[in-house]
Each structure stands twice: as structure tokens, then as C-alpha cells.
Design a protein around this ligand. Structure first.
Ligand code: 13P
Length: 248
């Protein structure tokens, strides 16, 4: 049995005061949560997350990192810096990074490799846009995004990674993929990986992300190949986030 993993992606939200209240609220409700729980916070708040969450059941991580180990890369943050703050996870290839900051499949694969080299667990985000779905190329897009990582790092690398399927059209829109739509792509991902390594496929955590809320989490997380959630907006409210965690 794969243990479910629910991760909050705070995106560019929060403040010291807001984070303190949010994390306190989540910590206070963790007793009956069986799923693994993590929060991916903005870089400046990693120290706060570390101080607040060390010794708790909640892991923390970042939302992006450089593919470079160190050097003259103004404004960038390396994997070893994230390790300094005891991050467990780092998102790579979130659709907002791909779309707004032009991150290519190859760059995402480099970031994935650099994360693992530093001992971080990358959460590799994949997913199609609305026009790609309507054009019938959802599976081709997701396969291409996965293949870039498999080509660079090998399928065995997925044993120490998480995949998040996030249809772009469902992110921040309030339009959730139906459980059947999401399950179909999750099954596609697992079957694709199974074709290369059955053991890796069976253990692979595949999260769903895109307008997952307390009121749709039970159904989504009830699908056989949906192993957790990557939560945006609903992760900014402790009770809402906890309700999703409890559904896992
Ligand atoms: P929303 O939950 O706000 O749709 O965001 C999903 C997401 O992008 C998580 O990475």
C-alpha cells in the first residue's frame, strides 16, 4: 500500500505572521491525519518552517531551485541551500514555472537531477493545458514531460521522487478534473512507468493537483492511482487543508 502524501504549495503567499497562524492551525489538527503531510513554502520562510515543524509530523520544502550547484547565478537558490534548512521536498516543473518562466522539459530534468544529487525528494509536476487536452494530446504531453526526466536520470530515479499530475486548466480555476479524468491520467503515468520498471511503478506516489478542496478530496483520493494531492489555494487555510489531509 502506498501511503498518501498531501502537500501544500503556498506559491507566493504568506507572511511571518500569517505563516505562524497557518502552521499552528495545521499542527493543532494533525492527530487524526494518517497521510504524509508537507508544505512547500517561499524561500524566505524556510527557516520559519524549519523552526516550527522540526520534530512534528509535517515535512517542508521549496517550490523551485536552481539546476546549478553554486556560482554566479544571481537570484538563484541551490539544492544544498535547501538542505541547509532540512527541506525534504522541492517542486520541480510546476506549470507556473514552465509557462511564466519558460522552463523547458530539459531544464526541469536538470533541476530534478540536482535535487536528488543533494538528497532532496523532487516532486515532479506534469500536466497538459486546456488546448492540449482539447487537442487530444494529454497523454503525449505528460509522456514527454516524464520522458525528459527518465532520459536524464533513469527510471530508477523515480523511486526517490514524487510525481504530481496537475492539469493546467484545473489550477486555480475552481474547475477540478473529475475523479475519472484524473484517474485516467494517473493510470497512464503508472502504466508507462510499469513498462520500464514494475517495482518503481507500484511504489510511485502520484499526486493530483488542481482545485483540490475539502469537498472533492475524498472522491479524488479514493481513486486507485491517486496517491495524494498537491494543494494550492486550499493549503492556505488550516481547516481546509486539514480536511484534505484527513481524506488521505
Ligand atoms: P490550486 O489548488 O490553487 O488549484 O493550485 C494547484 C497547484 O498548482 C498546486 O501546485
Amino acid at each position: 500500500m502506498r501511503r498518501k502524501l498531501v502537500a501544500g504549495n503556498w506559491k507566493m503567499h504568506g507572511s511571518l505572521a500569517e505563516n505562524e497562524a497557518l502552521l499552528s492551525g495545521i499542527l493543532a489538527g494533525m492527530a487524526d491525519v494518517k497521510a504524509g503531510v508537507a508544505v512547500c513554502v517561499p524561500f524566505p520562510y524556510l527557516a520559519q518552517a524549519q523552526a516550527k515543524l522540526t520534530g512534528s509530523a509535517i515535512a517542508w520544502g521549496a517550490q523551485n531551485m536552481s539546476q546549478q550547484a553554486k556560482g554566479a547565478f544571481t537570484g538563484e537558490v541551490s539544492a544544498s541551500m535547501l538542505k541547509d534548512f532540512s527541506c525534504t521536498y522541492v517542486l520541480v516543473g510546476h506549470s507556473e514555472r514552465r509557462a511564466i518562466y519558460g522552463e523547458s522539459d530539459e531544464l526541469v530534468a536538470e533541476k530534478f537531477a540536482a535535487a536528488q544529487a543533494a538528497g532532496l525528494t523532487p516532486i515532479l509536476c506534469v500536466g497538459e493545458t486546456l488546448s492540449e487536452r482539447e487537442g487530444g494530446v494529454t497523454e503525449a504531453v505528460v509522456a514527454r514531460q516524464l520522458d525528459a526526466v527518465i532520459a536524464k536520470c533513469g527510471v530508477a530515479s523515480l523511486a526517490k521522487a514524487v510525481v504530481a499530475y496537475e492539469p493546467v486548466w484545473a489550477i486555480g480555476t475552481g474547475v477540478t478534473a473529475s475523479p475519472e479524468q484524473a484517474q485516467a491520467v494517473h493510470a497512464f503515468i503508472r502504466t508507462k512507468v510499469r513498462g520500464l520498471d514494475a517495482g518503481v511503478a507500484d511504489g510511485l506516489i502520484i499526486q493530483y493537483g488542481g482545485s483540490m478542496k475539502a469537498n472533492n478530496a475524498v472522491e479524488l483520493l479514493g481513486q486507485p492511482d491517486i496517491d495524494g494531492g498537491l494543494i494550492g489555494g486550499a493549503a492556505l487555510n488550516a481547516e481546509e487543508f486539514l480536511a484534505i489531509c484527513r481524506a488521505g
